[in-house]
Ligand binder design. Structure first.
Ligand code: NAG
Ligand code: NAG
Ligand code: NAG
Ligand code: NAG
Ligand code: NAG
Ligand code: NAG
Ligand code: NAG
Length: 489
């Protein structure tokens, strides 16, 4: 992840970009490529090139002011942290029946066929009203493309919406995973085997009947397959579930949550998983999306290691604010951060500390609003270099809505905001203002969001958190604590 210090949706923020030295994976951070541009590769998949071992990340390109149809971007990396932009792998084509800028080109995934010597890109191909529900296929002799459109078709005569892909490490077979649509009656999720050319499907291996889930992905261990899928709440984040089986054709277990209920899967949606087989350890990574429906192009990425216990048939995402992954050994570690508690911070204006038995030191800071009612952490130690700071918060705006479409929120006058936005100011300097997005949690659920900040060297820094316009009001989320991590270099 490239480093950046600031980004503003209100035109207030400055933007400092650093290149070339990141080593941490930072779920929910603003990730940049080696040129300093924001990485735009949503709902994507990662394909490892056999001969070089290089990772290629394909995902939906999203641009400001244009919701769909911008094509598929590809980035590449040797370490999953430093990403080079390799351009548009699949470009929109004006007037094309499936690839015009008005069409849906979602959830792209790429697989190589030994048989044909071609890379095959698959995606959910649709028109703007989701009335076609097809799978698209394009091929290229070169992993980065450009990919040539082959076909968009109904897979084995059915509908297909959210698209996933899985390749079995034991036999090399590749499968399409798809929910069969919600603009038609289908409420199923299907696993279907591909042919050897990887450009068509041969048979349905299993159907998850009537679960009404989407964004499917499968992770494979020595003994098991785990199929992860999210509920259907549009771009609103919900509790992802997994099923377990020892054979793709079943029997599959009951679905179970993969993250603590109420965290909305640490504010993410499933879509892909990547297994890194190192010489000391195998690490399974969850590759999720943190959608921002208010500005899709700003959506972030949530990549987390998974803790899998095959004996118990359990799979859990492991939340880390920041972590390092060694793709050679397969090991990951979390650097030690310094914690500053809300209980010890200074409150200003109408902000106040309140008893909260689920919070650190039994206390949470609430009533944060605009630039008057704020909380200030004093005596924060810095290095003079950019450092990731994690802000632990609670945002209960959306509580009444739960995961059910059509419910009504019990906060902010019956309107819902997907997230609050806080202002974060270092050492009282407004030119240091940064914006922190705080996704809905649930009551009593504390979660964190990261910002890359540059603090002065020494321990006389202040960090002040206020509220910015979230579309409805200027409320900031309740603050539990902050954690300052060591610099990446
Ligand atoms: C999408 O395709 C469906 C089925 O052909 C059609 O009914 C619908 O009008 C199309 N939507 C758009 C926006 O073209
Ligand atoms: C494949 O892509 C690489 C990197 O973008 C490029 O250098 C090379 O020329 C491409 N080869 C073909 C056959 O398109
Ligand atoms: C297509 O999906 C529907 C609804 O899930 C299902 O009833 C039907 O059997 C499927 N058709 C095929 C050919 O798989
Ligand atoms: C793909 O497979 C289906 C079902 O087996 C078949 O009807 C169709 O002709 C195939 N398409 C191509 C392009 O081979
Ligand atoms: C999985 O189940 C299918 C269908 O029952 C069977 O043909 C296949 O051999 C099984 N695979 C394994 C690895 O047990
Ligand atoms: C504080 O917020 C008020 C109301 O939104 C705004 O008018 C004012 O300019 C802000 N002051 C600073 C220093 O940002
Ligand atoms: C710490 O910072 C404050 C202003 O933020 C300043 O007034 C004070 O002199 C500083 N103290 C030291 C020891 O640098």
């Amino acid at each position: 992840m490239r480093l950046s210090s600031a980004f503003g949706i209100l035109g207030l923020a400055c933007e400092g970009i650093q290149l070339g030295s990141g080593k941490y994976l930072v779920p929910g951070g603003r990730w940049r490529d080696t040129e300093g541009n924001v990485i735009t590769a949503h709902a994507g998949g990662i394909t490892r090139e056999e001969k070089t071992g290089r990772f290629f990340w394909f995902g939906e390109k999203k641009v400001e002011g244009h919701v769909e149809g911008a094509g598929v971007n590809v980035y590449s990396s040797d370490d999953l942290v430093t990403w080079e932009y390799n351009g548009l792998a699949l470009a929109p084509i004006e007037g094309h029946p499936y690839l015009s800028p008005d069409h849906i080109i979602q959830r792209p995934k790429v697989v190589y066929s030994i048989e044909s010597g071609l890379y095959n890109m698959w995606w959910h191909a649709d028109n703007a009203s989701f009335g076609l529900l097809l799978q698209g296929v394009a091929t290229s002799p070169n992993i980065t493309g450009p990919y040539t459109f082959i076909d968009a078709f109904s897979p084995l005569g059915n509908w297909s919406q959210d698209y996933g892909m899985f390749t079995d490490r034991k036999n090399g077979e590749t499968y399409s995973l798809y929910s069969n649509g919600d603009s038609v009656l289908g409420r199923d999720d299907i696993i279907a085997r591909m042919n050897n050319e990887r450009n068509n499907l041969t048979e349905v291996v299993y159907t998850f009947t009537n679960f009404d889930l989407e964004a499917p992905t499968i992770v494979q261990t020595e003994k098991s397959y785990y199929a992860l899928m999210s509920h259907k709440t549009g771009y609103r984040l919900n509790d992802v579930v997994a099923f377990r089986a020892e054979n793709l054709s079943g029997p599959w277990s009951q679905p179970f949550p993969v993250a603590p209920l109420g965290t909305r899967t640490y504010s993410s949606q499933s879509g892909f998983t990547l297994t890194v087989v190192g010489d000391k350890q195998t690490t399974h990574l969850y590759i999720g999306d943190q959608w921002d429906a208010n500005s899709l192009w700003e959506s972030r990425y949530i990549w987390l290691p998974m803790d899998i216990d095959d004996e118990k048939g359990e799979l859990k995402l492991v939340w880390n604010d920041v972590y390092e992954l060694d793709i050679h050994t397969g090991e990951w570690r979390v650097p030690e951060g310094t914690v500053y508690y809300g209980k010890n911070a200074k409150v200003n204006g109408n902000a106040f500390k309140q008893e909260a038995n689920f919070a650190s030191l039994n206390t949470i800071v609430t009533g944060i609003y605009g630039n008057e009612s704020t909380v200030t952490f004093e005596g924060v130690e810095g290095t003079g270099k950019p450092q990731w700071v994690s802000f632990y918060y609670q945002n209960i705006d959306d509580m009444g809505f739960g995961d059910q479409p059509g419910g009504s929120p019990d906060r902010i006058g019956g309107k819902f905001a997907l997230r609050r936005i806080s202002s974060v100011v270092v050492n009282g300097k407004i030119e240091n203002l940064d914006t922190l997005y705080q996704w809905d949690t649930n009551k009593g659920v504390i979660h964190s969001a990261p910002l890359l900040l540059t603090l002065d060297e020494g321990s006389n820094n202040t960090i002040t958190i206020g509220g910015l316009n979230n579309g409805i009001d200027f409320k900031g989320a309740d603050i539990d604590r902050i954690v300052v991590y060591p610099p990446e270099q």
